[in-house]
Design a protein around this ligand. Structure first.
Ligand SMILES: Nc1nc2c(ncn2[C@@H]2O[C@H](COP(=O)(O)OP(=O)(O)OP(=O)(O)O)[C@@H](O)[C@H]2O)c(=O)[nH]1
Ligand SMILES: [Mg+2]
Length: 422
């Protein structure tokens, strides 16, 4: 039975991988994804496809060529496209070696990096959903890993049937577990519903976790790895601010992200849709800063979060040396805040900008809270900035600056007649 720990890649030291892609930038990224898995590409070929061949994606002539070029030394072919189960099986027959696609590589990275039980459940589910329709041919990879030979064919087919049933059962267990986790998350989220939230989003490796760490003085794992973060961490802005603001670190995006992954990470990604403000971090030092910026914008659109207020941050500015590089970075998004997440002063400026954003969303209200309404009084004091307080016969009169949405929820609806400063 395949488990989360079961690698989709053949287990072998110094695995020799041949990558085949249709687009240069994406193929380079595939090499980086493989590098994250500790695998270096031995050979690579770019072969733009004018018309996708239904059964094999690439033309069979091209595939024959690739097999010849790869020769005996190749252990695995990775195609930088999304292959249907049937295509994968057909291509494997032609190439005579194990074949994986881009989605399998991303899934493998996710499964190795998952740490929290939520992330582990989400990834295992996505992985099994990927494996199920491909079990017949992946089974051979797994069987080799188990150490046994492939055995006699009849036995193999029986075993595949058993595995298929086990995988289906496991998918349903994981689905239920995820529903439970989602419920818990909802409870956690509702306890934060009155607090202002800024979600840090962006392409993988942009520096999101590093920025969260400097903004909130925490120690979330930040690494030079693709998809180092798979779960969302919530931290209060530090030093504490008024209004209180929490910052949320999120899983990074990548082009052509497998849709099953997006679906199983729904509850994690939902943190973004609950946020008031999106802090979109871009790695300004990447050659592909603009494409990565656009991919993130696209994914935000898919998550229906594109209408949210946003601050764009060009990060890693410390790595740009020439004015030409700086100018190129600026073009990614004129008006972006330029920082290095490692530079405390720059991060402090960004912090001010985030706070200013929340302050502009606030209005000055006047309210008289009866002495019997202790809870309401406490909420107003916690989330608002009190300009003045008077103790009247009917209750406490306050002139308070607070978020208009929250004020409405609390039933504080009268705007102050004379606008006041802080
Ligand atoms: N020089 C420099 N390096 C940075 C900066 N910000 C982040 N890094 C480095 O970039 C790498 C990736 O940073 P992370 O914070 O893990 O990136 P992330 O966006 O959280 O990545 P994922 O969680 O994988 O999506 C780490 O090695 C960081 O030390 C910066 O402003 N300057
Ligand atoms: Mg991270």
């Amino acid at each position: 039975m395949i488990e989360n720990t079961q690698s989709l890649l053949p287990i072998k030291e110094h695995l020799k991988v041949f990558t085949l892609g249709v687009e240069e930038e994406s193929l380079n990224e595939l090499d980086r994804l493989l590098h994250t898995l500790g695998v270096e590409t031995a050979q690579r070929v770019m072969a733009p496809v004018r018309k996708i061949v239904a059964g094999t994606y690439f033309g069979t002539g091209k595939l024959d060529e690739i097999r010849e070029q790869g020769g005996d030394e190749i252990d695995l072919f990775v195609l930088d496209v999304e292959l249907t189960p049937r295509q994968m099986q057909n291509v494997e027959k032609i190439l005579g070696k194990p074949v994986l696609d881009r989605n399998a590589i991303i899934l493998e990275i996710f499964s190795r990096h998952a740490r929290t039980s939520e992330a582990k459940t989400q990834v295992e589910l996505a992985k099994l959903q990927y494996v199920l329709p491909r079990l017949a041919h992946l089974w051979n990879h797994f069987e080799r890993q188990r150490g046994g030979g492939v055995g006699n064919k009849g036995m193999g087919e029986k075993q595949i049937e058993v595995d298929r049933r086990l995988v289906k059962r496991r998918i349903s267990i994981l689905g239920n577990r995820l529903k439970e986790i989602e419920k818990e998350r909802k409870v956690q989220r509702s306890s934060r519903k009155d607090i202002m939230k800024a979600a840090i989003v962006g392409y993988t490796n942009a520096g999101k976790s590093t920025l969260l760490n400097t903004l909130t003085e925490s120690k979330v794992l930040a690494e030079d790895k693709l998809f180092a973060t798979l779960d969302s961490t919530v931290r209060a802005l530090n030093p504490d601010s008024h209004p209180p603001v929490v910052v949320i670190d999120t899983v990074g995006f990548i082009q052509n992200i497998p849709t099953s992954l997006i679906a199983s990470f729904r509850s994690t990604l939902e943190e973004i849709s609950q946020a008031d403000l999106i802090v979109h971090v871009v790695d300004a030092s990447s050659e592909h800063a603009r494409e990565q910026f656009e991919t993130t914008v696209e994914v935000l659109k898919e998550l229906k979060c594109d209408d949210k207020d946003r601050i764009v941050v060009l990060n890693k500015m410390d790595l740009l040396s020439s004015p030409a590089q700086v100018n190129r970075a600026k073009l990614v998004h004129p008006g972006a805040v330029r920082i290095s997440a490692l530079d405390l002063d720059a991060v402090k400026r960004l912090r001010e900008q985030i706070l200013d954003y929340f302050k502009t969303k606030m209005q000055v209200f006047e309210v008289v809270v009866p002495y019997t309404e202790g809870k309401l009084l406490a909420k107003i004091q916690e989330f608002g900035s009190i300009n003045s307080t008077k103790y009247l016969e009917k209750g406490v009169f306050m002139q308070v600056k607070m978020d208009t949405g929250l004020a409405q929820k609390l039933g504080v609806t009268r705007y102050a007649t004379a606008k006041q400063d802080d």
